[in-house]
Design a protein around this ligand. Structure first.
Ligand code: HEM
Length: 376
């Protein structure tokens, strides 16, 4: 079943024809169907198929009549389709998913997030957001390569990049949703799941546009495009600058580390950044600025821990957000005002998720999905 629906969705993605069923094909289908029905009914009414003609020519005559009627109908449908009403075309026409269809996918992700609460700190939300960010964060503005269009992390070269360790958990979480809605591309699904993760963890609304198409493994990006947590401010600027972001956006995006945690079996680092890793807040900035941080004494990679409780962590790159003067002024703004952070985080994430995608829908046609809080 799973492979059948995957094959179906692959067919939908790779071949344009089933989606773009032409009006002509629709018409032929509408006409040939009653004809086929007619012949079948003819067989069913006789004792044996062969006897219909020999004993009684009525079957033959009925068949010929039906053929004539069918041909006349076909001509009429071809030249005056309005006589048949819109219903026929609607029933067999191509499926073009609309806002409501994407909201259904959103709802399915939100439901799964609520149900599968036996993971990590009680939510797959953070790892879904990390998946969406790592799919998008490979973008290179200069060559126009990488970005969320393609979902190339499905393939070994990119999926095996060190930075992507552990993201299989997120991809596997989404597989049943992909099977339920085979028409959505993996690329759109991953980004929609990032949007849902943020909104369901009480973050800001992130407007969304569909239009990402899955691509084959020849579009995998080379290793080294995602940031290295052991490096300094110039590395952060080089990585995010390559995608086209400025200092303000880099600091806003880093606030995602209010969510989730590091895992020793993934990045090698350990622990959460905040006390509420499944709720979106501006605590990342508050804690960075207000707590005392010291190098953690352990055998793992160099990371910071809070002196007071020793239960929180910061990566070397996180610490750059308050060490660098330009970065710090934005961190201070966000620590002071959660609304400002939410607004600028939403704008930056929206841009991140859209990097390198050739959309059909204009920027004015972005959709905002209802979260489960709106619907309660
Ligand atoms: C300098 C930039 C960044 C660096 C070096 C960095 C590095 C890391 C590392 C090492 C982890 C731990 C992975 C693990 O062990 O499971 C992590 C987790 C995470 N990152 Fe980042 N990250 C950066 C930027 C971002 C951005 C821009 C976002 C989103 C907009 C983001 C969202 C997350 C989330 C949500 C997690 C938690 C995942 C989980 O709980 O499984 N990060 N990041």
């Amino acid at each position: 079943m799973a492979s059948a629906s995957r094959a179906f969705s692959r067919a939908l993605r790779t071949s344009a024809s089933p989606l773009r069923t032409t009006a002509r094909a629709t018409r032929v289908a509408a006409v040939s169907h009653p004809l086929r029905q007619q012949w079948r009914r003819g067989y069913a009414s006789g004792e044996k198929p062969g006897e219909e003609y020999e004993g009684n020519p009525t079957g033959m005559l009925v068949g010929a009549g039906a053929l004539l009627l069918g041909a006349a109908g076909y001509g009429l449908y071809t030249y005056q389709p309005e006589l048949f009403g819109k219903a026929a075309a609607k029933a067999t026409g191509p499926f073009t998913p609309k806002y409501e269809d994407y909201q259904k996918v959103y709802d399915a992700i939100a439901k799964a997030l609520e149900e599968k609460d036996d993971y990590d700190d009680g939510s797959y939300g953070p790892v879904l957001l990390r998946l969406a960010w790592h799919a998008s964060g490979t973008y290179d503005a200069l060559t126009g390569t990488g970005g969320s269009n393609g979902a190339t992390m499905r393939f070994a070269p990119e999926g095996d990049h060190g930075a992507n360790a552990g993201l299989k958990a997120a991809r596997d979480f989404l597989e049943p949703i992909k099977e339920k809605f085979p028409w959505i591309s993996y690329s759109d699904l991953w980004i929609l799941s990032g949007v849902a993760a943020i909104q369901e963890m009480q973050g800001p609304k992130i407007p969304f546009r569909p239009g990402r198409a899955d691509r084959d493994l020849s579009f995998c990006t080379p290793d080294g495009r995602l940031p290295d947590a052991t490096k300094g401010a110039s590395h952060i600027r080089a990585i995010f600058g390559r995608m086209g972001f400025d200092d303000r956006e880099m600091v806003a995006l880093s606030g995602a580390h209010a969510l989730g945690r590091c895992h020793t079996d993934r990045s090698g680092f350990d622990g959460p950044w905040t006390f509420s890793p499944t709720t979106m807040t501006n605590d990342y900035y508050k804690l960075l600025l207000e707590e005392k941080w010291a190098w953690k004494k352990w055998n793992g990679p160099k990371q910071f821990e809070d002196v007071k409780t020793k239960s929180l962590m910061m990566l070397p790159t996180d610490m750059e957000i308050i060490k660098d003067k330009e970065f710090r002024k934005h961190a201070e703004r966000y620590a002071k005002d959660s609304d400002v952070f939410f607004k600028e985080f939403s704008d930056a994430v929206l841009r991140l998720f859209e990097l390198g995608v050739p959309f059909q829908q204009s920027e004015e046609q972005r959709w905002t999905f209802k979260s489960s809080f709106d619907q309660k």
